[in-house]
Design a protein around this ligand. Structure first.
Ligand SMILES: [Zn+2]
Length: 413
């Protein structure tokens, strides 16, 4: 059996089961050589980088091979990047469900979903066609519709950690808003259920997990304070930090400052989504009026050079998400994403998925993108991984243990 596919708009015929490399070689041996040496990379029809070793899914597939000027050392394969020991600081539990699990939960709970196959559901939840952060956020209403029982939350949290561990993640801080599980559950139930699933998965995988609770910008500030109070009770049971998420423009973080103050006064770390759906003034507010120690995204930081200098001097980490920023139209293309510029400028940047299901990615993918589109080399990727470890909301002794584990695994890779 053979497949007909297109490489750089020219048809080629390959055997079923052929890889991207085989298809490129069938068109042009020289181009295949450039791909192998790292002087070129391949993308799919919509411009997402693919690995030379990836199988060609179906007939009619479109591939493009882009020759870069960069003649660096051979690129790291996706498989190596999957095994690369990673740490992730910014990912939403309600954006990272398994489609099959959603279908099972919906069936058991009598909830209607927009599709009835895992593939159809993944496509329906995929945010690549969203026009704004606001539209992107509507996908979460669908995932949340099946997460309104304690058992569902426990299962989703358990599976999230299993999947992150399979993606090579050794430490992850996962976030969600217990507020969005009321009235079906109390805040206490909505905090305890995921913690139980996480503990179960931690024991099985050895991946360490912290939970970040998110207040929501569009909710009354009194609810944020109530959440901070409830979350602080679980500070020694796995809840590590307080965050503010939701539509950014027109919903200033400072309105929720009392909740941040309460969280900080009760020993919780604080982070805040900012500079994604709105400009650098939003980052300024998160830092100076809410006491955020890290910034979620911070993509638009560079628009304010003084604030950029401040973030570099203070070593304030940015939890950056490449593909998600493309999906929310915070950037027009990955190539224009400021991640590499900030890294070069000395910002403590980290790589994160934001939503594994809704963005249709893994952390391995994001490392692969940083390498193939932004041109990060092995040393730079290691820097990014260690930035995440250094920026973890962990007690100092646990952070030291995490850094040394990751360093020795990276050396052995
Ligand atoms: Zn986020």
């Amino acid at each position: 059996m053979t497949l007909r596919v297109f490489v750089n708009e020219r048809p080629v015929t390959v055997a079923r089961g052929a890889t991207v490399r085989d298809a490129v070689a069938a068109l042009d041996g020289e181009l295949a050589g450039l791909l192998a040496s790292g002087a070129a990379y391949a993308t799919d029809g919509v411009g997402r980088p693919v690995d030379a070793a990836d199988p060609i899914g179906e007939g009619g597939a479109i591939l493009r091979v882009i020759v870069t000027a960069r003649q660096g050392p051979p690129r790291l394969s996706k498989e190596l990047l999957r095994r690369w020991p990673k740490a992730e600081l910014h990912v939403h539990l309600d954006g990272s469900l398994r489609p099959q699990t959603m279908l099972e939960l919906a069936r058991a709970q009598g909830v209607r979903l927009p599709a009835d196959t895992p593939e159809g559901l993944a496509e329906a939840l995929h945010v690549k066609h969203a026009k704004s952060l606001e539209e992107y956020l509507t996908k979460y209403e669908i995932t949340l519709s099946v997460m309104q029982t304690a058992a569902a939350l426990e299962r989703v949290a358990y599976e999230f950690v299993i999947d992150a561990a399979a993606d090579g993640v050794r430490y992850v801080e996962v976030r969600y808003s217990p507020l969005l599980h009321r009235p079906a559950l109390t805040l206490t139930q909505a905090i305890e259920a995921p913690l139980a699933g996480i503990r179960r998965a931690e024991a099985e995988t050895g991946t360490k997990v912290g939970v970040i609770v998110c207040a929501i910008r569009t909710r009354p500030p009194a609810e944020s304070l109530e959440l901070a109070r409830a979350a602080a009770q679980y500070r020694s049971a796995g809840v590590v930090a307080f965050d503010l998420a939701g539509p950014e423009r027109g919903h200033p973080a400072r309105e929720h400052a009392p909740a941040f103050e309460y969280a900080a006064a009760h020993g919780m770390a604080c982070t805040c989504h900012a500079g994604e759906g709105d400009g650098p003034h939003s980052i300024h507010e998160a830092l100076h009026q809410c006491g955020a120690q890290r910034i979620g995204h911070g993509t638009r930081l560079g628009e304010d050079p003084t604030l950029l200098d401040y973030v570099v001097e203070r070593g304030i980490p940015l939890e950056m998400c490449l593909t998600s920023n493309l999906h929310t139209h915070t950037v027009t293309t990955i190539a224009e994403h400021p991640f590499k510029r900030y890294l070069d400028r000395g910002v403590v940047v980290t790589l994160n998925t934001d939503g594994r299901l809704v963005d249709g990615i893994s952390l391995t993918n994001e490392y692969f993108l940083a390498q193939s589109v932004l041109g990060l080399g092995r040393q730079e990727l290691a820097r990014v991984t260690l930035n995440a470890c250094d920026s973890a909301f962990l007690p100092e002794y646990e952070k030291v243990a995490l850094v040394s584990r990751i360093q020795s695994e990276l050396e052995a890779l």
